[in-house]
Design a binder for this molecule. Structure first.
Ligand code: MRU
Length: 348
C-alpha cells in the first residue's frame, strides 16, 4: 500500500507543499504556498482539508509566519507572527486540530528569544506534529482493525484517509490496517454532498491501494443498511466534545440509521481531535457558500433567489457511537474522555 504524503515543508520552496485536493480525482497536482494569505486560501478552498491535515497545516503555517514576517524589532516581529497565527487559527472554525496545531507551535515560538531560533524551533515543532500524526494514524489503524470482522462491508462518509491527515488516515487507516492484516474489507463510500470528498477522494485513495470500494449517493446508505449489506460504519471526526462527535454533514443521519439497524458505528480520531472540556452547543459549525450547492460545472441547479443552507458539519450525540478508536486504544460507552486524555502518554 502506498504511503501518500499529503503536505510537507519544502526548504527549497521556503514553504509548504501539498496535494491540491480540489483537483482530484482527474488531476494529481502538487501546489505550494509561500505566504500566509496563500495558506489561508488553500485551507478555505479545501485544497488542504481534513482535521488532522489541518493540524499539520496550522503547525507549518506558524513556521511559515516565522519565516515571512518582519518587524523593526523582535517584539514587532513577534506581534506580526502571532497575528498571522490568529488568522490561520480562524480560517476554518469546526476542526479543533487546526487551532491545536497552531497553538502547539505558537508555544514553541513564545519561548524563542530571537528570529533565528524562532524560525528553527517552529519548523522543528511543525515537523514533529506531522510525524506524530503519521504514527497516530498507524496506531489508530492497528487498534481499529481488531474491531472489524475477517470479512465485512464497511460504510464510510467523507474522506478520513491519508488525504485528510499527514498520511495513512484515521477511518481509512483502520480499513488499510485491516486489509494489511489479511481481512477482506469492502468499502461503501458515501459520495458526501456537496463537495464529494467521498466520491472524489476516498474512492481515489482506496482504488489506488487496490481496496474494494464502491461509491453510493448519501441517501442510499439507509437502504443498504436495511437490506443487511453493511456490517459497520466508520468515520473520522473534526472535533469530539464531552457530549458529541462533529464530522462532515451527513454523519449524524448515518449514526441514527446504524443504531436503528443495530450496526456498530465507529469513530476513528487522534487525541488532538478531542475538545473534552467543551460542550456540543459551544462549537461553531461552519456554513459555506451558496455556490457549492447551487452550481455544478457551468449549470445552475437552484433557482435564483431561493436560499440554501450549506452546513459543512453536523454533530452526533455519544449515545449513537459504539466506540471511538484513538492512538491510545478503543474507548467504549460511557466514554470517560477525561480519563482517556489523562492516561495519554507519548504517541506510540
Ligand atoms: O470539510 P472537510 O473536507 O475538511 O471535512 C473533513 C471531514 O469531515 C473528515 O471526516 C474529518 O476531518 C476527519 S479526517 C480524518
Amino acid at each position: 500500500m502506498k504511503e501518500t504524503k499529503t503536505l510537507w515543508w519544502d526548504e527549497s520552496l521556503g514553504g509548504i507543499r501539498y496535494i491540491d485536493q480540489t483537483l482530484l480525482p482527474t488531476e494529481y497536482a502538487i501546489a505550494g504556498c509561500t505566504d500566509i494569505d496563500q495558506l489561508i486560501t488553500a485551507i478555505q478552498r479545501l485544497e488542504i482539508r481534513g482535521a488532522p491535515a489541518l493540524g499539520v497545516a496550522g503547525g507549518y503555517g506558524v513556521a511559515l509566519a516565522a519565516r515571512t514576517c518582519t518587524g523593526p524589532s523582535f517584539d514587532d516581529y513577534a506581534r506580526a507572527v502571532l497575528r498571522a497565527a490568529d488568522r490561520i487559527r480562524e480560517s476554518r472554525p469546526t476542526a479543533v486540530n487546526l487551532s491545536w496545531g497552531v497553538d502547539r507551535v505558537v508555544a514553541r515560538f513564545l519561548a524563542a528569544n530571537d528570529e533565528t531560533s524562532a524560525k528553527t524551533v517552529t519548523l522543528a515543532e511543525a515537523e514533529s506534529i506531522a510525524a506524530d500524526d503519521t504514527r497516530c494514524c498507524h496506531a489508530i489503524g492497528e487498534h481499529g482493525a481488531a474491531l472489524l470482522p475477517d470479512q465485512c462491508t464497511v460504510l464510510t462518509h467523507c474522506n478520513a484517509g491519508a488525504l485528510a491527515c499527514s498520511s495513512w488516515g484515521t477511518a481509512l487507516g483502520v480499513i488499510r490496517s485491516a486489509v494489511a492484516a489479511g481481512k477482506q474489507v469492502k468499502v461503501i463510500a458515501c459520495e458526501t454532498r456537496p463537495l464529494l470528498q467521498g466520491a472524489r477522494l476516498t474512492a481515489w485513495e482506496l482504488a489506488r491501494d487496490g481496496i474494494d470500494v464502491t461509491v453510493i449517493t448519501d441517501s442510499t446508505a439507509a437502504h443498504m443498511m436495511r437490506s443487511g449489506a453493511i456490517d459497520a460504519v466508520i468515520v473520522g471526526a473534526d472535533r469530539i466534545t464531552g457530549d458529541a462527535v462533529f464530522n462532515k454533514i451527513g454523519t449524524y443521519m448515518h449514526a441514527v440509521c446504524a443504531k436503528h439497524h443495530v450496526i456498530p458505528f465507529y469513530v476513528a480520531a487522534p487525541l488532538s481531535t478531542f475538545d473534552a472540556t467543551r460542550k456540543e452547543s459551544e462549537v461553531t459549525i461552519e456554513e459555506r457558500g451558496r455556490g457549492e450547492l447551487a452550481v455544478v460545472g457551468n449549470r445552475t441547479l437552484i433557482p435564483e433567489g431561493v436560499p440554501v443552507k450549506n452546513y459543512a458539519f453536523d454533530s452526533t450525540p455519544m449515545d449513537l457511537v459504539s466506540a471511538i478508536v484513538t492512538e491510545q486504544g478503543v474507548v467504549r460507552p460511557p466514554f470517560d474522555i477525561g480519563a482517556l486524555l489523562s492516561r495519554s502518554g507519548p504517541v506510540p
